[in-house]
Design a binder for this molecule. Structure first.
Ligand SMILES: *Cc1c(COP(=O)(O)O)cnc(C)c1O
Length: 381
């Protein structure tokens, strides 16, 4: 015996302080905590997928370049296939971008609060992370962007629009300003773009270090498939192709993604329903003792005024409604995030919310602690 293995083979020094992430998976009636689509993809997609899968030559490696999938994605966005790179979820896209342009000895900038995986993946690949700060209303001050870029000279800078977990849509001029400041490779994470009224796709240019990431996990109702992509200049895409593992995209996923794009109208229809429900939810919540952040996504960040966020989260859970508890995340004291569900699910959420906020049985009516700041409960999605 060689003694305690973790001592014999210690983890990399720079990973020792890193927290894992966790999103409680509780068995509940109404699950509104991970920003998935509440509706499945269309039956016709399922049938087409089953038909094509029955003809797959499973003993062969998949098309290494995912040619047909890239072409279908390119066509949808009106770009060429050499401007598209796809991977296993946009998280793997982000990881490949960071392995290629960040990594050890390089710096990545984020503006917090934002999607936790940007900083997390950057650290895992060995980069240092510089966290800029958003204002109290979660908007981004150009002076803060300038401070971060000029002091840290980042190799990669992230913006998320609409932002997660705030839901705010980033003004287009922020992207321009970052490019003018020379913020390295500017990555705009557009996991929720179809729910918003603006996309950075129109700003892409072969002469600009700007790329846009998308996912099939949200609007496309395919979180189970794990497929995402990035659109960017051709010189950028060809670097990613060198770094990613060979045959990283399996044959089933390539087919599933390509077939999904035949059902854009169904996707648009789901998006319209969710946006209408989002506005209905937000209006109803504004009538309660709650601060609601304006959202351009399929979720709403909110903060109760009369109870603690944690108490409200527990009260909802007691009524079998699960939302995301962000109340102990840095900069998000007492905040919760609800994913927009089906009309029935949203009604169940509103009823439970009203019960907890007005009921006698309310858990914790103590004044919210605005300094609650526990970075140990960071979580993605
Ligand atoms: C959900 C989400 C993603 C999606 O990640 P996948 O790996 O594609 O499921 C990416 N970015 C943000 C900001 C998200 O909220």
């Amino acid at each position: 015996m060689v003694g305690n293995l973790p001592e014999v083979i210690p983890v990399r020094d720079d990973l020792r302080a890193l927290e894992g992430y966790h999103s409680p998976q509780v068995d509940v009636r109404v699950r509104l905590n991970t920003n998935e689509s509440p509706l499945p993809p269309p039956d016709a997609w399922r049938d087409a997928l089953a038909a094509e899968l029955s003809r797959v030559e499973w003993h062969r490696y998949p098309d290494r370049r995912a040619t047909e999938l890239r072409e279908a994605i390119a066509q949808m966005h009106g770009v060429t296939a050499d401007m598209v790179f796809a991977a296993n979820g946009s998280n793997e896209v982000l990881q490949t971008i960071l392995l290629t342009y960040a990594g050890a000895g390089r710096t990545v900038a984020t503006f917090e609060p934002t999607y936790q995986m940007h900083a997390q993946i950057a650290r895992v690949v060995g980069s240092s992370v510089v966290e800029g700060e958003r204002d109290a209303d979660f908007s981004l001050d150009p002076a803060e962007m300038r401070r971060v870029v000029e002091s840290a000279r980042p190799h990669v800078t992230f913006l998320t629009s609409p932002n997660n977990p705030t839901g705010l849509v980033e003004p287009a001029e922020r992207v321009d300003q970052l490019l003018q400041l020379g913020a390295g490779l500017v990555v705009v994470d557009e996991a929720y773009a179809q729910f918003a009224d603006w996309s950075a796709l129109s700003m892409l240019d072969e002469q600009r270090p700007l790329v846009v990431t998308r996912t099939f996990s949200k609007t496309w109702s395919m979180a189970g498939i794990r497929l995402g992509y990035v659109i960017g200049p051709t010189w950028f895409i060809s670097e990613l192709d060198k770094v990613v593992l060979p045959y990283h995209l399996d044959v089933a996923k390539q087919i599933a993604g390509r077939l999904a794009l035949r059902f854009v109208d169904d996707m648009d229809e789901r998006v319209r329903l969710i946006v209408a429900e989002r506005e209905r939810l937000a209006a109803a919540m504004r009538g309660m003792a709650i601060d609601v952040t304006p959202s351009g996504a399929n979720f709403i960040l909110f903060r109760p005024r009369s109870v603690s966020g944690r108490g409200l989260w527990q009260g909802l859970l007691d009524r079998s409604v699960l939302v995301r508890d962000c109340s102990s995340w840095p900069r998000l004291a007492n905040c919760l995030r609800v994913t927009v569900g089906t009309p029935d699910e949203n009604n169940a959420f509103l009823t439970a919310l009203d019960e907890v906020l007005t009921g006698d049985d309310v858990v914790d009516r103590s004044t919210p602690d605005p300094s609650a700041n526990d970075p140990s409960t960071k979580a993605p999605s």
